[in-house]
Design a binder for this molecule. Structure first.
Ligand code: DSN
Length: 382
């Protein structure tokens, strides 16, 4: 009944223009469906529902129970897990809760180095996960690939209580089974953060970690194309109380019921044939771009990709990652700078850019369009 404030409306309209006028290649972004958008702004935003379905701290939660249970059931079905928590406000919150559920401050953790493509919440020194825990990291080899033998040696040496697998900037298939084997050798818990890959996994084009990991976390807004948020999945009933209480009351208060409604919609959309075709196209399109980059002498790390992610190596280019990303932005293409292994440039400049094909695939662009786009990117950066 109240009009949106004029200043907010103007900013919103500018963002609308930006989103429709630019080519969106940030690997972690996507365009959620109208249904997901509507539910994210729905009347469920008015409801407090601390607790879990059937066990709330407020009255009037019967519909909140129904929507949360539907989200849990559809999520479990989508990834083949027995249990799930759909309340994490983000992927970082999901990871934080897993740390809280299974570790004590000071316990040893082994995760992927942020500079090699890991995530802040996997033990980075800038994050609570690296400040309150004894966090160590593994990297990638000179080709940009995970070296499982080296990770095994590191784990044997360190004897971590938890190993974190999963990445924000790793283009290739991560071998979950090898991580399971490493975790078993040292008796560590295996946490897989599948945030980047979860849409591809739901669509059947990237391996599912659920049968290998003890606990799996994800965001819901990247390749999975839902509202911004996080989830946790697991198969061992003995973990249920620990994980649920680490989210509420351990690290969060009331769940965002409007976002949980939108998550349920996202999980239902992700179980359709259309979503399978989309996931398949995302990978086809990124592989087509890699072929052009390789042909045009613009090398990509690991020589290609198994996912939506491409890492362009600019170590021999006159442009740093930052300059390349800015230059592309001037040309209406949004990407982000990214470090590469043994980066000759600073953390601020970097020698790589990360490109992702999920968002523009959602917009319906096909392989030929991505091939033309890859040529355009090469022309701009030449
Ligand atoms: N910030 C996200 C990304 O861009 O990959 C990870 O959470």
């Amino acid at each position: 009944d109240k009009m949106v404030d004029k200043r907010i409306l103007s900013i919103l309209s500018n963002e609308g223009i930006r989103q429709s006028d630019t080519i969106e290649l940030i690997a972690s972004e996507n365009f959620a469906s109208d249904a997901v958008m509507q539910l994210s702004g729905s009347i469920f935003t008015n409801k407090y529902a601390e607790g879990y379905p059937g066990k709330r701290y407020y009255n009037g939660c019967e519909n909140a129970d129904d929507i949360e249970q539907l989200a849990i059931d559809t999520l479990c079905e989508l990834f083949g897990s027995k249990f799930a928590n759909v309340q994490p406000h983000s992927g970082a919150n999901a990871n934080l809760a897993v740390f809280k559920a299974f570790l004590k401050p000071g316990d040893k953790v082994l995760g992927m180095d942020l500079a090699s493509g890991g995530h802040l919440s996997h033990g980075s020194s800038a994050n609570l996960s690296g400040q309150w825990f004894d966090a160590h990291s593994y990297g990638v080899n000179d080709e940009g690939l995970l070296d499982y033998d080296a990770i095994m040696d590191q784990a044997l040496d360190l004897q971590p209580k938890m190993i974190v697998a999963g990445a924000s900037a790793y283009p290739r298939q991560i071998d979950w089974e090898k991580f399971r084997h490493i975790a078993d050798q040292v008796g560590a818990l295996l946490l897989v953060d599948m945030a980047h890959y979860s849409g591809l996994i739901a669509g059947g084009v990237y391996d599912n970690p659920i049968d290998y990991a003890d606990v799996v976390t994800s965001t819901t807004h990247k390749t999975l194309r839902g509202p911004r948020g996080g989830v946790i999945l697991w198969n061992d009933e003995a973990f249920t109380k620990k994980i649920n209480s680490a989210i509420f009351p351990g690290t969060q208060g009331g769940p965002l019921m409007h976002i949980i409604a939108a998550k349920a919609q996202c999980f239902i959309e992700a179980s359709t044939d259309d979503f399978m075709f989309y996931a398949n196209d995302v990978v086809t399109n990124s592989q087509a771009m890699c072929d052009v980059f390789n042909e045009r002498g613009m090398p990509v790390l690991t020589d290609g990709t198994d996912s939506h992610i491409i890492l362009m190596d600019l170590s021999k280019s006159k442009y740093s990652g930052r300059e390349a990303a800015d230059l592309l932005e001037e040309n209406g293409i949004t990407v982000n700078k990214n470090g590469i292994p043994n980066d000759p440039r600073s953390f601020v400049e970097t020698s790589g850019i990360r490109i992702g094909t999920a968002a523009e695939t959602t917009r319906g662009h096909d392989r030929e369009w991505f091939v033309r786009l890859a040529h355009r990117i090469c022309d701009i950066l030449s």
